[in-house]
Write a protein that binds this ligand. Structure first.
Ligand code: TIU
Length: 223
């Protein structure tokens, strides 16, 4: 399968060897009262990508592709949260503090769940990760290797933090990565634009980018 519209040049992939990786589409980042807002961000900006991400998720499921969801999540005793992460800056609530959606960025809390509309389906991989990157201190690489995955399609939040970190980790591990432009968002529009540019610069130094509609069209085309 080929995405002709991908940048900086067409992206070839096989559905059976490709996973859709949706990064941290959690209430903690998307809704008021969670981690994103405690850092001083306007979380309403992120809602814009939900319809495009949902359309891609539905089409990818329909095509039988592997889906991976990640959550930035710490265990209840915060033993996987370095003090340097918890103590950074001056948030209104720190990781592990009790907020309106439960303890901030803690696994199992209401705020740590993926938003309902993109909730994982039975059999999909869900990775809880203590870092910004999806490969750091997780079994993700091993799970993908076991399934023969060579290509990754990325969406999620935020573009320049957890998405870009994960994509760079994946690129270094040998995956051909593509970032779905309208399925990722940042609290800072300029940072999103810069990330898309730097990913695909220098002959796809980190990977490709393409609009979700290009993937939808490719999946609709007869093989
Ligand atoms: N703050 C911010 O933009 N992002 C994060 O802390 N985590 C993710 O990107 N998921």
């Amino acid at each position: 399968m080929r995405l002709e519209q991908a940048n900086p040049f067409p992206y070839d992939f096989e559905v059976a060897k490709t996973a859709l990786v949706l990064i941290d589409m959690q209430r903690d980042f998307m809704e008021p009262g969670g981690f994103g807002e405690t850092l001083g961000n306007d979380v309403s900006l992120l809602q814009a990508i939900v319809p495009a991400a949902k359309a891609v998720l539905d089409a990818w499921r329909q095509a039988g592709g592997l889906v991976v969801h990640t959550r930035e999540a710490h265990c209840t005793d915060l033993s996987d949260c370095p003090p340097a992460k918890r103590n950074r800056g001056n948030p209104t609530l720190r990781i592990g503090d009790e907020g309106p959606m439960g303890r901030v960025l803690v696994a199992g809390e209401p705020g740590n769940q993926i938003i309902d509309v993109l909730a994982p389906a039975e059999g999909e991989i869900v990775i809880d990760k203590p870092g910004k990157g999806a490969f750091y201190a997780t079994a993700l690489h091993e799970l993908l290797q076991r399934r023969g995955i060579t290509h990754l399609l990325f969406g999620g939040v935020t573009t320049e933090v957890c998405v870009q970190t994960s994509m760079r980790e994946a690129n270094d591990r040998g995956y051909d990565c593509l970032l779905l432009e309208d399925c990722t968002e940042s609290y800072f529009p300029a940072f999103k634009a810069a990330t898309l540019d730097m990913v695909r610069a220098q002959g796809a130094i980190v990977g490709w980018t393409a609009p979700g509609a290009a993937l939808l069209a490719a999946l609709r085309r007869p093989a």
